[in-house]
Design a protein around this ligand. Structure first.
Ligand SMILES: Nc1ncnc2c1ncn2[C@@H]1O[C@H](COP(=O)(O)OP(=O)(O)OP(=O)(O)O)[C@@H](O)[C@H]1O
Length: 562
């Protein structure tokens, strides 16, 4: 199906109902849908100790009553400096016979390092934030720091290297942007600071979409002054090819590939960089990006370059590499490492085999649901195939976003998503990390996640900024060997899983590595695939027959007439 035809069909003549928009996107309003709509608000409220965003406005009506800070919460926000513990890559085996784990996953912050600066409870108490930046925080609606911000900003303002692990949607972006802007003090072009020559801060992220989103966050803090913040792309890199054009760049946000390409072409230097951020650090340090990251780090030659690593997950292997990159680092962990927020209600759904998934999803979508829903598949072809399948089954406002689309198509999909025009967004791992759509109420893992980290990040697209969300994971017989790993994550977040899953044997190391390599067919509906093959065969036969007839005619016409 052509992209254009797909969008025409996927809209299916259905107009986006403003009623839904108000439910999804208006901050701070009671999200009470009209009884006649298909939407129902999610049940339940957030226990105080789990409310990472206790000051944040918005979300469900029930939560609004908990907005007032309470003394016991204040106490909990105190940074606990812990003795170093032996972190393991693997989650602890659940020894209890019960399938239920207490939901009391304490809201705690643990810190490791020498002379760790104290956490502070307000932006005002953070030493060294310029008044303009402070004003911009307020106009952007950031009233009080989240836990990760309260802990990390004071550390970063002191110029310390940092590795921070905090659950998805808890405000890590601001936790590093705020100190960067504050330490840079003013735009390089303003000449009121000793800015040196060349870019002063670099943020490296795994995808273009995330770079774009972080660029937008930068613009919020940059309001009112002429900061030069560059979202690095082929075009912007070329525009910096004249040395003078890049002398006064304040911040660059880039993917590793793009930045390394520019370094190799000699159209950027990083010898004036004072702050380097690796966001989604464990992804940045995996085998795909590692050599590029090494090159970027080696190019930041200033002796006092401050390095910061942020992620919601940091397995032991990646953490070891990370810590070796940092000097006299502080390590901050908010909540439980590699564990999703309990705001996200998680469940597992058995769907037998791959062909059974489409009907299962259709059944799921025949129930009332809260759009937009994010659906993760394992490959680009499967994402396209599933999107087509849903459209053909009459599901309205289906969209698709994966790395196989053109940049324009990716941008258009994101715009539709942000505007609330997409109700079901089918995607791949490209959207799993960092993307912040406040309105996403539900994530469906149509294809089983490729690792525990992939699971944590995928489902972290919902339950953001203190809102509640729901995550459903389909599993087939093929996924059974990996089921227990995800079940343990679900338990750790305080939800229940059936006893039989807990009794499954623990997968070997080799098996765990194979988790992301399960082969799945390109087409999600094999029947449609067969049908399509038959149609192509029939079309070829008809064409062949036409060609033969035409040839016969030509032969007849060529015969000399009597
Ligand atoms: N202090 C704050 N008060 C209110 N909202 C905030 C605050 N800080 C951040 N937010 C909002 O919280 C949401 C999540 O923030 P952000 O994208 O930085 O999360 P994250 O921890 O980086 O998530 P991920 O791990 O998925 O990348 C954003 O919409 C952001 O605007």
């Amino acid at each position: 199906m052509s992209n254009e035809a797909f969008h025409l069909l996927s809209r299916g003549g259905v107009k986006f109902d403003r009623k839904y928009e108000s439910i999804l996107f208006q901050k701070g309003k009671d999200s009470k849908p009209n009884q006649s709509t298909a939407l129902k608000p999610l049940e339940g409220s957030v226990p105080a100790e789990l409310d990472f965003f206790k000051y944040a406005q918005g979300g469900q009506g029930k939560r609004k009553q908990t907005d007032e800070p309470r003394p016991e919460q204040e106490k909990r926000r105190k940074l606990e400096v812990e003795e170093p513990s032996d972190e393991e890559d693997e989650r602890k085996e659940e020894t209890s016979s019960s399938a239920t784990k207490s939901s009391a996953v304490a809201h705690r912050v643990t810190a490791k390092g020498n002379n760790v600066p104290e956490a502070v409870d307000s932006f005002e108490a953070m030493d060294g934030i310029p008044s303009r930046i402070m004003a911009n925080l307020k106009t952007s609606g950031y009233k009080e720091p989240t836990s990760v911000q309260a802990s990390c900003v004071p550390i970063l303002l002191q110029g310390r290297d940092l590795a921070a692990i905090s659950p998805t949607g808890t405000g890590k972006t601001l936790a590093y942007l705020l100190p960067i802007f504050s330490k840079l003090v003013a735009p390089a072009a303003s000449q009121s600071v000793d800015a040196g020559v060349g870019v002063r801060a670099v943020v490296v992220v795994p995808t273009r979409e995330l770079a774009h989103q972080i660029h937008n966050e930068c613009l919020k803090l940059a309001q009112g002054r002429k900061w030069k913040i560059v979202l690095f792309s082929k075009a912007t890199a070329n525009s910096l090819s004249q040395k003078g054009a890049r002398d006064k760049v304040d911040i660059i946000i880039s993917t590793p590939l793009r930045l390394v390409a520019a370094l190799q072409e000699g159209i950027i230097e990083l010898n004036n960089v004072r702050h380097l951020v690796l966001d989604e650090a464990d992804r940045m340090l995996d085998s795909e990006f590692m050599s590029q990251i090494e090159e970027i780090v080696a190019s930041c030659t200033r002796a006092d370059v401050q390095k910061m690593l942020f992620s919601a997950t940091l397995p032991a292997g990646a953490e070891k590499i990370a810590m070796a990159m940092l000097q006299d680092p502080v390590r901050i962990v908010v909540g439980l490492k590699d564990t999703p927020l309990p705001l996200i209600t998680q469940s597992l759904t058995y769907v037998a085999d791959d062909p059974s998934k489409v009907p299962s999803l259709l059944t799921h979508l025949s129930q009332p649901y809260n759009p937009p829903v994010l659906v993760f598949t394992s490959t680009q072809t499967r994402a396209t195939s599933l999107a087509e399948e849903l459209v053909l089954n009459g599901i309205p406002n289906v969209d698709c976003l994966h790395a196989g689309l053109t940049q324009k198509e990716r941008e258009d999909s994101l715009t539709r998503m942000r505007k609330g025009e997409s109700w079901i967004m089918i995607t791949t791992e490209v959207m799993a990390r960092g993307m912040d759509f406040k309105g996403v109420r539900e994530v469906i893992n149509y294809d089983f996640p490729t690792s525990v980290q992939s699971y944590v990040h995928r489902i972290g697209r919902t339950g953001r900024a203190g809102r509640e969300g729901k995550a459903v994971t389909f599993f087939t017989d093929e996924d059974a060997p990996y089921l227990k790993m995800i079940a343990n994550v679900i338990l750790q977040s305080g939800f229940t899983v059936p006893d039989w899953i807990l009794k499954l044997p623990k997968p070997s190391k080799l098996k765990r590595r194979q988790m992301g390599k399960v082969k799945r067919p390109d087409a999600v509906n094999p029947a449609r695939y067969v049908g399509r093959r038959d149609a192509i065969k029939k079309r070829d036969m008809v064409m062949g027959s036409k060609r033969r007839k035409n040839k016969d005619k030509e032969d007849t016409n060529e015969k000399p007439s009597d």
